[in-house]
Design a protein around this ligand. Structure first.
Ligand code: GLV
Length: 331
């Protein structure tokens, strides 16, 4: 009987995914709370046929060269900026991700941050906890209106579109910027495509939903904050480096924008004394937009199914570099 394929999983993911893998594979899981360090990662990947990775693992050509048995890197995330896809493709290694199953959870969390930052929820709860609440105040903790405001969505893919649907219920005017313009989207989502500067100038809320690429790194920096309204709220549930951290600190301190709600930061994690953590007009949470029980189960199952399909020489539900399958199964 042929030996079972060996799968390395770089953190304890939900059982739903591990159970699927264990039906057919010899599964080694890194059980630490923190990501495996360089050496520990190499030990885990030694002799593996497949790796189920997290966004905390940097997968590049050098790592793949050191572990040439790996045929698929299945990322437990929709974003895959942690994987050098060109390097994987050049080595015939399939790269998979988990889009679709986390769309609603991520969009609803972006909306959660939008509401929390504009209505100062965290600041207000801290005010109460600090024993400062003495009376009802006509000017106490005033925020920004959401209903009827203008929402600018940067990156109008699955998650951006889901956010637009949610915003419709709040009677918001929706602007979007995307390099690709879906010809039916304006009619379907009641939104308008605009140039980025136009979106920044007109929006009360700017929510980022682009992938991290060389083009989107620091796409929101000093110049862009200069265009935004002083009452505007910035939401980032995409990737931290899309925003220039130092420029954001300055904008929040100077009142160039009203507030920010950040699911992601650059770096991650942020030191606890970092200005973004301590400024009252900034909410930082630890990259949890997709963190619901059912969504994380679905991500684990999809990542496992993708990985198993590649090992079987089949086309997975989702693959980032399908060209590696064209000549048959990956090398
Ligand atoms: C999380 O950030 C993801 O990309 O799924």
């Amino acid at each position: 009987m042929a030996a079972k394929p060996r799968v390395a999983v770089t953190r304890l993911i939900p059982e739903a995914g591990l159970d699927l893998l264990r039906t057919r594979c010899d599964v080694q899981v890194w059980e630490g709370d923190l990501p495996p360090s360089g050496d520990a990662l190499h030990t885990l990947l030694e002799g593996a046929d497949a790796a189920l990775t997290l966004l905390t693992e940097k997968i590049d050509g050098a790592l793949l060269d050191r572990h040439p048995t790996i045929r698929v890197v299945s990322n437990f995330a929709v974003g895959f900026d942690n994987v050098d896809v060109d390097a994987a493709t050049a080595r015939g290694v399939a790269v998979c991700n988990t889009p679709g199953v986390l769309t609603a959870a991520t969009a609803e969390f972006a909306f959660t941050l939008l509401m929390a930052a504009s209505r100062r929820v965290v600041e207000a709860a801290t005010y109460v906890r600090d024993g400062k609440w003495q009376t009802w105040g006509p000017k106490l903790l005033l925020g920004q209106d959401i209903v009827g405001a203008t929402l600018g969505i940067v990156g109008f893919g699955r998650i951006g579109k889901e956010l637009a649907k949610m915003a419709t219920g709040f009677n918001m005017t929706i602007l979007a910027n995307d390099a690709y313009q879906d010809p039916t989207a304006e009619a379907e989502y009641g939104m308008t495509y605009v140039e980025l500067d136009d979106l920044l100038a007109r929006s009360d809320f700017v929510s980022l939903h682009v992938a991290l690429t060389p083009e989107t790194r620091h796409m929101i920096s000093t110049r862009e904050f200069g265009i935004m309204k002083p009452t505007a709220v910035l939401i980032n549930a995409a990737r931290g480096p899309v925003v220039d951290t130092d420029a954001l600190v300055t904008a929040l301190r100077n009142g160039d924008i009203f507030a920010a709600g950040l699911d992601v930061t650059d770096p991650e994690p942020l030191p606890v004394d970092h200005p973004l953590v301590t400024l009252p007009n900034c909410i930082v949470v630890p990259h949890i937009a997709s963190a619901t029980v059912t969504t994380r189960d679905a991500m684990a199952e999809l990542a496992a199914r993708n990985l198993l399909a590649v090992l079987d020489g089949e086309t997975p539900e989702v693959i980032v570099n399908p060209e590696v399958l064209k000549s048959g199964s990956p090398a």
